[in-house]
Unconditional design. Sequence first.
Length: 260
Amino acid sequence: MLFQFITDYLKHRLTAKSRHGTHSPFVYKLADEVIYDLNDKSEYKNIEEQRKKLFNDDSVITVTDLGAGSHLNKNRTKKVSQIAKNALKSPRLAKLIYRLAKSTKAKSAIELGTCLGITTAYLAKTDAQTQVVTIEGCPQTAAVARKNFQDLNLENIELHVGNFDLILPDIIAQQPSLDFVYIDGNHRKDATLNYFKWCLPKVTENSLLIFDDIYWSEGMKEAWAEIKNHPDVTVTIDLFWIGLVYFKKGQAKEHFKLKF
């Protein structure tokens, strides 16, 4: 599996373009002003300081792994520092997700997979008026995330604990439309496609859906291919680590691979 992942990464690097190889005005502008905006921002500082605290947190929690459709929980103890080092999105990727969310001017954002809450915090920092709804399957991991939100004085986050399949449909139903959805959890083909299909009735031409780990497995690659080919999807951007999905009306269907 690791060999295939590395192979996919090398293929992506060989075939992906930079902003200068992109002929779509929309994608060029997004790449130039958002994806490749590597300037430091004041919003990053406190969150990255919180990340460092997690790296040094040797408290032990019981991690509950809820698989899609699973009737059994796989429980095991881990140090918070271990989770922080292995499971959190890198600063580079978390900051990109912040910029992407900010670019949508989202009134609300939904995240599947809170983990320790660092990426959630980045979403909340895009605008104090943006309501961030995040779902985490593991109660003890969610408790650490909640403490991080308190430490960062973030009051625009609504944290739900439980199975995505049970919680997400109700959350979507409560939204007038979906501005921004970041799907980072339960990396299985059927589950990923279900989340995508549940979102479709509420997307608009300004919506952005982000799918994490699109090269994680053969199943995830198949799910990404189906999402790209859906008739409602007009523009996708494959950044290898994540896939961006847009629904721009009146725009020709195009798929892009960009280096990141």
